[in-house]
Design a protein around this ligand. Structure first.
Ligand code: AKG
Ligand code: FE2
Length: 285
């Protein structure tokens, strides 16, 4: 079973795994999500993805939100998110996909993606860490990276091109993804599929797969969206993570709320973020 997951992740660039939220955590997680969403919509929680901005840095120009950032932040007081992020079920699959040991895993980001309330919104076709105008050679050089999302209610927002994490774009795919505008119809992209997640399913995808998303203000979305790495990721991973501003992760009150596994993951992330390992800048500003 697990090697099937790994093979699919390797060849298609994504895999959907059910059952990674322990049953006793599901309701607690959902309730925590509801509290956090309402703090974000009311303005009490300032770290959010705002309608009008597809990628970081996010600003506060627009009232409507399509995501909540930093949900493990101690100011939110929702310990369940770090508990889930570092749980045996999720980290076990990550270790399998990355072929790494538990002692190599490192903590990165955990955010939440939600439906905007009054405005539909969309993300253009992109790879998370490769610019849209990259040459074919630059695309070929892009390193594998990965992301995961777990849906707490049905989620059909994401479109991907399976296999594109390993291949530079064809001329036709390039023509539809050099623009900074979201597509009118994502399925016009050759090879694209729409991904649907049922509650409790987790999607793991290589974040350099060609992908875009559409957010319907009339359909509830509540999906945890995060990434996790291992120590081999070095400066490439660090660059991906650093754009989000993670000073709060150094605070003792955050460290002390983590399990032993979580503390080890955090320590390795901090080592990787030391200034000597970080170069370059993020592609999607
Ligand atoms: O909404 C999604 O599922 C995708 C988000 C995304 O592509 C991103 O944050 O870079
Ligand atoms: Fe993305």
């Amino acid at each position: 079973m697990t090697s099937d997951i790994k093979e699919m992740y390797g060849t298609r660039g994504y895999v959907i795994v059910p059952g990674l939220i322990p049953p006793e955590l599901f309701t607690t997680l959902k309730e925590a999500c509801e509290r956090v969403v309402s703090k974000t919509r009311s303005g009490a929680w300032p770290y959010r993805r705002t309608v009008g901005r597809q990628f970081p840095p996010f600003d506060n120009e627009h009232q409507d939100s399509w995501g909540v950032q930093h949900i493990m932040h101690p100011d939110l007081g929702e310990l369940i998110f770090a508990e889930w992020y570092t749980c045996a079920e999720l980290t076990g699959v990550v270790r399998e996909l990355l072929s790494c040991r538990e002692d190599d895993l490192q903590m990165e980001l955990l955010n939440m993606l939600i439906n905007p309330l009054n405005n539909d919104f969309a993300l253009r076709w992109h790879r998370d860490d490769v610019r849209e105008d990259a040459t074919t050679e630059e695309e070929e050089d892009a390193l594998a990276a990965w992301t995961h999302g777990v849906a707490l209610c049905e989620d059909s927002c994401l479109y991907i091109v399976p296999g594109s994490h390993k291949l530079p774009r064809t001329d036709e795919q390039r023509a539809l993804s050099v623009t900074r505008d979201p597509p009118e119809n994502p399925l016009d992209m050759p090879g694209a599929i729409q991904v649907t997640l049922q509650p409790g399913e987790t999607l793991f995808y290589n974040s350099n797969i060609l992908h875009c998303a559409r957010y319907d203000s009339k359909r509830q979305r509540c999906t945890l969206h995060g990434c996790m790495g291992d120590i081999r990721g070095g400066s490439v991973r660090a660059r991906n993570v650093l754009q989000h501003g993670l000073e709060w992760m150094k605070e003792a009150r955050f460290v002390s709320q983590l399990s032993e596994r979580g503390q080890g993951m955090l320590r390795r992330m901090q080592e990787c973020l030391s200034p000597s390992t970080v170069t370059g800048c993020y592609s999607l500003l």
